[in-house]
Design a protein around this ligand. Structure first.
Ligand code: FES
Length: 167
């Protein structure tokens, strides 16, 4: 019998599929998985009573539309939730200029946090750029911006690859 046992042991040593498999992932430290809250476009948080902030959009026809919104809402979401004509082609990622707005009051413009480099790059492509132009998706309402008035430009420019193809 010892011979038979030795024979089996030798066979097991030579059979790689019977060895324990150690994968690369088993050697890595375990990582936790986390998710952040999903941000949905077009969905506004209703303002808490007494904390409403006013924003006015002046549309292409010169008509004024005033809304009461909550802190943290951005101008693109506010405009779209209220069926104003603001395209927001890139979904609010500062990769187009279709949410271009012009802030009416220079003092109010100065209260908005500085635009990022990405926003400035896109603003350079905006139709009818002014000294107080901003991208609506990048401007979030805050207490300092209560009473903000923005004008929607008469046109927006949405550069797509088709704009560069030969016709
Ligand atoms: S929606 Fe594209 S930059 Fe604002």
């Amino acid at each position: 019998m010892p011979f038979a046992r030795a024979l089996v042991a030798a066979a097991v040593r030579q059979t790689s599929y019977l060895r324990p498999i150690v994968t690369r992932s088993a050697l890595l430290p375990r990582r936790s998985f986390a998710v952040s809250a999903v941000t949905r476009h077009n969905e506004l948080t209703p303002p808490k009573p007494g904390e409403e902030l006013k924003i006015t959009f002046v549309d292409k026809e010169g008509e004024r539309h005033t809304f009461e919104v909550a802190e943290g809402d951005n101008l693109l979401d506010i405009a779209q939730a209220n069926d104003l004509e603001m395209e927001g082609a890139c979904g609010g990622s500062a990769a187009c200029s279709t949410c271009h707005v012009v802030v009416e009051d220079e003092d109010m413009y100065d209260k908005i946090p500085e635009p990022s480099d990405d926003e400035n790059d896109m603003l350079d492509l905006a139709f009818g750029l002014t000294e107080t132009s901003r991208l609506g998706c990048q401007v979030k309402m805050s207490k300092e911006l209560d009473g903000l008035v923005v004008r929607l430009p008469s046109m927006t420019r949405n550069l797509q690859s088709s704009d560069f193809s030969k016709k």
